[in-house]
Design a protein around this ligand. Structure first.
Ligand code: AN0
Ligand code: CP
Length: 322
């Protein structure tokens, strides 16, 4: 595996899930694979789960993780090509990437969408420079448009908790005080479309996800109707993807607290499990009552981030041995 951005990169999903369960059962069984190998984890943005679970996954495989926080521990990096660097950025990605790559075998990168230039974000301008200039396998640890380690962990969590062959999974938008990227809902939609689930997306008008990710998923604008009979409720805020109106890209179009997932919403489901990638704003996205209930999967979901990261790193290390 040369890169991990999209669901296609993991190949057959049943095989990937089987491997995930094996890795979860015997996390140290591949400790030899990472011997004398180094993974560089580069963070342009904050993180709790991703930085910890990626390091834990690397350690389970016997790899040495190095973490770099750009702009805090390093120089501030310029990401746009062709600019006169007379501002606060001391170094360009064009040099920084090959330098970092010379110190490691795999690179993981967290680089959120800027949410001001749709074209820049949706071209994955930062991550594609890592692919082009590092010559090493690259893992998106949430980049401008995708968060595949999260979506894979979500799929593992659904697989572990489903009671029917084809569960109903609903992705619902929920309010948030800040404009957030679309990476989490994009990847969740992409992975659910590829999985054997009945997938429905619900959000206010204007929040339509990019068709590259939404695919043929059913979109239901009536949130309660969408949630009827759901087995899994996956809540997430995202800002306007700019599909119907590019000028609105990255903006907050709704602050409607009627979309906060509460007990009344959960009451119309099939006693659904509640899911969220975290970090979550309580009583904005979801009420205390729902997130604290015994149907909440937010902690096991976060725990599975080690498993998803480990499967991806394991595959990359195995490919290096061939
Ligand atoms: C980020 C987001 O919505 O993309 C990270 C989620 C994993 N969330 C926040 O910035 C709150
Ligand atoms: N879910 C997730 O990626 O969390 P962090 O932003 O804390 O890494």
């Amino acid at each position: 595996m040369k890169s991990f951005f999209h669901v296609q990169d993991i190949g057959n999903l049943d095989a990937a899930l089987k491997e995930a369960m094996e890795v979860k059962r015997t996390p140290f069984a591949w400790k030899h694979l990472g011997e004398n190998k180094t993974i560089m984890l580069v963070f342009f943005n904050s993180s709790l789960r991703t930085r910890l679970s990626s390091q834990k996954a690397a350690l389970n495989l016997g790899m040495n993780p190095i973490v770099l926080n750009i702009g805090q521990d390093s120089w501030k990096l310029e990401t746009e090509l062709g600019v006169v660097m007379d501002g606060d950025k001391s170094e360009h990605l064009r040099e920084a990437i090959p330098v970092m790559a010379s110190y490691c075998d795999i690179i993981g990168v967290r680089s959120f969408a800027g949410l001001s230039d749709r074209e820049f974000d949706y071209a994955e301008t930062v991550l594609s420079q890592f692919l082009e200039f590092s010559g090493k396998p690259v893992i998106s640890l949430e980049s401008a448009t995708v968060h595949p380690c999260q979506a894979f962990a979500d799929l593992i969590t659904i697989e572990e908790h489903r009671s029917s062959k084809r569960p109903k999974v609903v992705l619902t938008w929920a309010p948030h005080p800040k404009a957030l990227p679309q990476a989490v809902p994009n990847s969740f939609a992409e992975w659910m479309n590829a999985a054997d689930v009945d997938f429905v997306i619900t959000h206010p008008h204007g929040y339509e996800l990019d068709p590259r990710f939404a695919g043929n998923a059913k979109v239901e604008y009536d949130q309660f109707k969408a949630l009827e009979g759901a087995d899994f409720v996956y809540a997430k805020n995202w800002s306007c993807p700019g599909v119907t109106n590019p000028a609105d890209y990255g903006k907050i179009l709704s602050r409607d607290m009627a979309w906060t997932v509460d007990a009344a919403h959960m009451a119309v489901t099939n006693n659904a499990y509640f899911m969220h990638c975290l970090p979550v704003r309580r009583n904005m996205i979801v009420t205390d009552e729902v997130i604290d209930s015994d149907r909440s999967l937010v902690i096991p979901e976060a725990a599975n981030r080690v498993v998803s990261a480990q499967v991806v790193m394991k595959r990359m290390l195995e490919a290096m041995q061939d």
